[in-house]
Design a protein. Structure first.
Length: 300
């Protein structure tokens, strides 16, 4: 506006700014008006500035105290650095956050269509759920009451894990320290270090092995004579293991009345001896066949 010194008061006074009342600026907010009493969007007091319209800042702004946004906060471009943020509802279309350090963040609802957050420092509590559609999420420690995961690669879980209904693994290898389950259904390959049967007081299976051995046939003497056919075969086992085995040609014996008794037991590491005893009144033979053997190792 022109210099007031060159204007008459009677024509230039509307260009002046004043408070709306006849009182000077005080601790109470007063609207700033023109000289002819037209109110602006700005109100002033000795401790507060208020705008009822839009506030535009072209340069750098520094807000050293707490800032309360009555409705929303919109940042079109640039970088916003915020110490502590309490948000009732946050709707973010696109966010790239290289590093976030939050002492306290309270968000009741947050809708984020795209967010890239390489590093999150501090604990995060999700009130309802977290959904990650693609990419890789690395979490230091996650405490989750309920998790619905369609596909997840988890290299390691520290601590106890409780599956409310079931645990299903389609492919790959799972190494689990201790499993407590009433029912285990496994259709594929399972590698178990120790299998406990019948609850905490039941026996534990620590090793199970299986193998086959070609049986070349033999002559079974009459009972109470030299009536034992013996031999050995290799099977992963130790002394004290329980060996369960059968010969698939026992049903074709001759001369013994099919009264045959078999016995299998370890005599050394990885060596099993078998005894075949005839119970019939005449000697006979057992055709060649295959021995199918399993060794079981238990602990109390």
């Amino acid at each position: 506006m022109p210099n007031l010194g060159t204007q008459n008061i009677s024509t230039s006074y509307p260009q002046l700014l004043k408070v709306a009342t006849t009182s000077p600026i005080s601790g109470s907010l007063q609207a700033i008006t023109s000289g002819d009493n037209i109110s602006s969007a700005l109100s002033l007091s000795t401790s507060e500035v208020r705008s009822t319209g839009s506030l535009a800042v072209d340069g750098t702004s520094l807000l050293s105290g707490a800032v309360t946004f009555g409705a929303s906060l919109t940042a079109s471009t640039g970088t916003a650095t915020i110490g502590t943020l309490s948000v009732g509802t946050a709707t973010i279309s696109t966010a790239t956050i290289p590093s976030v350090t939050l002492s306290t963040a309270t968000i009741s609802t947050a809708s984020i269509s795209t967010a890239t957050i390489p590093l999150q420092l501090g604990a995060i509590t999700f009130g309802s759920n977290i959904t990650a559609s693609t990419g890789t999420a690395t979490l230091g420690t996650a405490t989750i009451s309920t998790a619905t995961i369609s596909s997840a690669t988890i290299p390691r879980i520290n601590g106890a894990t409780t599956f409310a209904t079931g645990f299903t693994s389609s492919t790959g290898t799972n190494t689990i320290g201790t499993i407590e389950s009433t029912t285990i259904n496994n259709s594929g390959l399972a590698t178990v270090g120790t299998l406990e049967i019948g609850g905490l007081s039941g026996p534990k299976i620590t090793n199970v092995s299986y193998g086959t051995f070609a049986f070349s046939g033999g002559t079974v003497q009459t009972h109470a004579a030299n009536d034992t056919t013996t031999g050995t075969f290799g099977l992963p086992c130790q002394l004290g293991d329980i060996v369960i085995a059968s010969i698939n040609s026992l049903g074709s014996t001759t001369g013994t009345g099919a009264l045959i008794a078999t016995n299998f037991f370890p005599i050394a590491t990885d060596v099993v001896e078998y005894n075949i005893i005839g119970k019939g009144s005449t000697a006979g033979t057992i055709p060649a066949g295959t021995i199918f053997a399993t060794a079981l190792r238990f602990t109390a």
